[in-house]
Design a protein around this ligand. Structure first.
Ligand code: NAI
Length: 504
């Protein structure tokens, strides 16, 4: 038997999945009528499931019978095996709730918190028996998001996390076992995406709409980072960015951008205020289409195209094929002819650095991000010396077929190399710090954040050595420790091991 205290968006979801799994749940809320409203809400949810053929009336009746509304008083929870709290996100209130419950419940009753940002250790510190306190962090909406973080505070007993993990299995949720640390696993892993996107914006490399397009079309994310900021609201995202940064004592990898704070203070919060990084009309973002190519610009491309070497030789072949498909002549020489236009394929370098390293004329050099293949969108990057007419001409010619082209300013690691390298690096640090095991990191991030793959699998797909090269390039060019490679990544890359590989 379990108890759920706080029956708002999270508590009602937790109560539903527990009751559906056969657990009798005592429901309580400080707000009179709130627990009844939650039970009514769950009844509606179950009716929808019946309409979709996902369960039958008998399941609905039995589930609702298991939801027992009780007063929000400690005595109402006598005899339960577990209490999950999903009340207001305030340390002192949660501590008071748990210490009040302790004398009323049995010695083996687990006290679990659904907190997403408070320290489980700090909540437990208010209890006489902190060993029985753990985090049980579900995601919204609970019945749909089939992942839960089981968080062990500094003093949590192993039987407590084992029991919560087993219970999660009964509800059909995958439990990720996580050590108590800021952002736990999923919200910690989410630092790479938005924080680096804001840094790219701050560096003046590309506009939000361009960064979003690249991350969707080239890197395969369902949503771009700025679309996500607008969806969640900067009033939520910015404080989380600042809080995790500060809880890690100003870890440079998580350093937020002043752009986020400025925009939050100006009220450009996103969808909820009708304007964020995009402007919304009738709930839809007004997004300007890709610029119409000017066919006259293509005429500037009047020379053969020499494609530079790449970290993976296949990339050069792919780009040469694309060039030939668009009707341009390929200069296949070992070195470019003086009249040739140079297409560079740098990894962890900007166009400037790549042109100098290849000893080619920087005025005729343009870089293409090779790491994500020639798919739906190419990122085309120029140095300050690149002839603008040539760059525009190449964008038009390469974008003439099925591939869209986004132009950006010079940036070590373009856009997608930078953001994916940071996502992977943060994931590797989570493994390095033993916050979670590799086998839990990827599924939790995939399910919790909706990424196409978890960070370790993403690193394996892109090539650990390639990711390492991007980070080393960024670190070398900027001197910023935010880009220092995680030892977890660096060791496995150099040893030729998968990023999911753990020591025995
Ligand atoms: P909510 O505001 O929808 O619901 C909170 C409920 O708790 C309200 O019904 C309120 O009346 C009740 N309550 C507040 N103080 C209480 C007390 N002392 N005793 C009994 N009931 C009390 O909040 P929501 O979104 O459900 O969040 C609850 C917890 O879950 C918070 O700790 C939050 O950080 C965490 N969380 C929220 C997520 C979300 O997406 N909303 C995701 C994951 C965790």
């Amino acid at each position: 038997m379990a108890g759920v205290i706080g029956t708002g968006s999270m508590g009602r979801g937790i109560a539903q999945v527990l009751a559906e799994a056969g657990v009798v749940v005592r429901l309580a809320d400080a707000d009179p009528g709130a627990a009844e409203a939650a039970r009514g809400f769950i009844a509606d949810m179950l009716a929808r499931k019946i309409a979709k053929g996902q369960c039958d009336e008998a399941h609905r009746v039995a589930t609702l019978d298991r939801l027992v509304i009780v007063p929000a008083e400690p005595e109402a929870f006598a005899g339960v095996d577990l209490v999950v709290e999903a009340i207001v996100e305030a340390l002192d209130v949660k501590r008071r709730l748990f210490s009040g419950l302790e004398p009323a419940v049995g010695p083996d009753c687990i006290l679990a918190s659904n907190t997403s940002s408070l320290s489980v250790t700090a909540i437990a510190a208010g209890c006489a028996v902190p060993e029985r306190v753990a985090g049980f962090h579900f995601f919204n909406p609970v019945p749909v998001m089939k992942i839960v973080e089981v968080v062990a505070g500094a003093r949590t007993a192993p039987w407590v996390t084992a029991a919560l993990t087993a219970l999660a299995g009964r509800t059909g949720h995958r439990a990720a076992n996580v050590a108590d640390s800021p952002g736990f696993l999923v919200n910690h892993a989410g630092r790479g995406f938005g924080v680096e996107a804001l840094r790219i914006l701050q560096d003046g490399v590309a506009r939000p709409v361009d960064i979003d397009r690249i991350m969707r079309d080239a890197a395969g994310f369902r949503m771009g980072p700025f679309e996500l900021f607008d969806l969640v609201g900067l009033d939520v995202s910015q404080p989380v960015m600042e809080s995790i940064y500060n809880q890690f004592f100003q870890e440079p990898r998580f350093r937020p951008s002043p752009i986020g704070r400025n925009r939050m203070e100006s009220g450009l919060l996103g969808r909820k205020t009708g304007a964020g990084f995009y402007v919304y009309e009738n709930g839809r973002a007004r997004i300007e289409p890709d610029p119409e190519p000017d066919p006259r610009a293509g005429a500037a491309v009047d020379a053969p195209i020499w494609v530079g070497p790449a970290a993976d030789p296949r990339w050069r072949g792919e780009v040469q094929t694309l060039v030939a498909q668009t009707g341009l002549e390929v200069d296949a020489g070992a070195r470019p002819q003086p009249s040739s236009i140079v297409l560079l394929l740098p990894l962890g370098q900007d166009c400037t650095g790549a042109a100098l390293a290849q000893d080619v004329d920087p005025r005729r050099a343009i870089a293409i991000d090779p790491m994500f293949g020639v798919g739906r969108r190419l990122t085309l990057m120029t140095s300050p010396a690149t002839d603008p007419a040539l760059a525009e001409g190449m964008a038009v010619r390469l974008g003439a077929g099925d591939v869209a082209v986004t132009r950006i300013r010079d940036s070590v690691g373009f856009v997608a190399q930078r953001i994916t390298a940071q996502i992977i690096n943060v994931g590797c640090e989570i493994a390095q710090m033993r916050i979670a095991a590799p086998g839990d990191i990827d599924p939790a991030v995939e399910m919790g954040l909706g990424y196409p793959t978890g960070p370790l699998a993403l690193g394996d797909r892109l090539g650990p050595l390639h990711v390492l090269a991007v980070l080393e390039g960024l670190f070398g060019a900027t001197g910023d420790p935010r880009y220092r490679p995680s030892p977890w990544l660096s060791r496995r890359a150099r040893l030729g091991l998968s990023l999911t590989h753990d020591e025995a």
